[in-house]
Design a protein around this ligand. Structure first.
Ligand code: DAS
Length: 353
């Protein structure tokens, strides 16, 4: 049966309109890939823990999850291709500036960053502190490579794109979607190093994402993104901050080495509630007098460090990291000390962020 040309043309333009309308209805989400296990590849499907991270390029990652097209118009960008234990302050700045630039584009509704899990919590907190946008920014990784049986990266990435394209995820700070949870980039930490439920927040997740729908149960109370006094577009160097992991018999030389290395602050990953051995106190007092900021965090994974409890912080002019673990405290101190500060200001910042 012959179809007249005018009918064919009408059909084509109708389909094009329909597709454009559907595309226009879907959010525009950019996936910035940095590497990690989510881009990893193992020799066999049985290799869920032995594999090479940072192998699969972003375009292949997107192709491996065709369902992404049902929830968003997705574009990929390869920022880096590294395992995240190899992140540096320079990488953080480069990534943050790119995220900030993308967030300012009118044709970008949300941003996903695929990332290794080892330092994912540091990057997520860093972006939470410095990117001035209320658009959803979602950091996502995986514990198994995409080549393994029951790989978790596929659904983690799908969930990340759903959340990044969700208007109800706006203004909640930087988010992390792992294992169906939606966590705050501030609170989340990698607490298990070999299971898919690796990430947790001691004050609880913000919500869950299930079958493409977000379920929210709480909102962040600490300052972030739009309410932050720190702006990635104005930061060109992060302050050097070192962490000293404390233990019975820890020598004072560890703290002296941090100072000699040019650190602006040392994060004391203390035993218990950030306790400091009596033989270490004189060294910390000397270093404090020489200008090094002393921040008491704790090697204990949960709780928070109390100011002036067992340690006279007021008397020694020390800062407490509140509930931030040592690696998060390092991120906050390196951002805060990228501009002139003092211990009173630094303590305020640790209460507020
Ligand atoms: N080496 C780890 C990393 O890149 C692999 C991972 O878990 O993503 O953080």
């Amino acid at each position: 049966m012959f179809t007249p040309l005018w009918k064919k043309l009408a059909l084509i333009s109708l389909t094009a309109t329909a597709l454009t309308t559907v595309a226009a209805e879907k959010p525009n989400v950019v996936i910035l890939a940095t590497g990690g296990t989510i881009a990893g590849a193992g020799a066999t499907t049985a290799n869920s823990a032995s594999y090479q991270a940072a192998k699969v390029p972003v375009d292949k990652l997107i192709l491996s999850v065709p369902e992404l097209a049902n929830v968003a118009n997705v574009k990929g960008e390869q920022a880096f291709q590294i395992a995240s234990e190899s992140f540096t302050n320079d990488r953080l700045l480069e990534l943050g500036k790119r995220v900030s630039a993308l967030s300012k584009q009118a044709d970008v509704d949300g941003i996903v960053i695929t990332h290794g899990t080892d330092t994912l919590e540091e990057t997520a907190y860093f972006l939470n502190l410095t990117v001035h946008t209320d658009k959803p920014i979602v950091v996502v990784g995986s514990m198994r490579p995409g080549t393994a049986m029951s790989a978790d990266g596929t659904l983690n990435l799908y969930n990340a794109v759903v959340v990044a394209g969700s208007p109800d995820a706006k203004g909640k700070g930087v988010l992390v979607t792992m294992n169906d949870q939606i966590d705050s980039g501030r609170d989340v930490t990698k607490s298990i190093n070999i299971k898919t439920n690796a990430f947790s927040s001691q004050w609880g997740s913000l919500g869950m994402v299930v079958e493409g729908k977000n379920y929210w149960f709480r909102a962040p109370v600490k300052r972030h993104t739009m309410q932050s006094e720190f702006d990635i577009d104005k930061i060109n160097q992060l302050a050097l901050v070192e962490i000293v992991y404390s233990y019975g018999n820890v020598p004072a030389s560890m703290y002296e080495a941090a100072a000699a290395n040019g650190a602006k602050a040392v994060i004391h990953a203390g035993t218990g509630n950030g306790s400091v051995a009596d033989r270490i106190v004189p060294t910390l007092q000397k270093l404090r007098k020489e200008g090094l900021q002393i921040v008491r965090s704790a090697r204990v994974p949960a709780g928070f460090v109390l100011r002036n409890a067992e340690q006279p912080d007021d008397k020694y002019d020390w800062v407490v990291a509140h509930d931030l673990n040592p690696q998060k405290a390092k991120i906050l101190a390196s951002v805060a000390l990228s501009q002139p500060s003092n211990s009173k200001e630094l303590q305020r910042i640790f209460w507020e962020y």
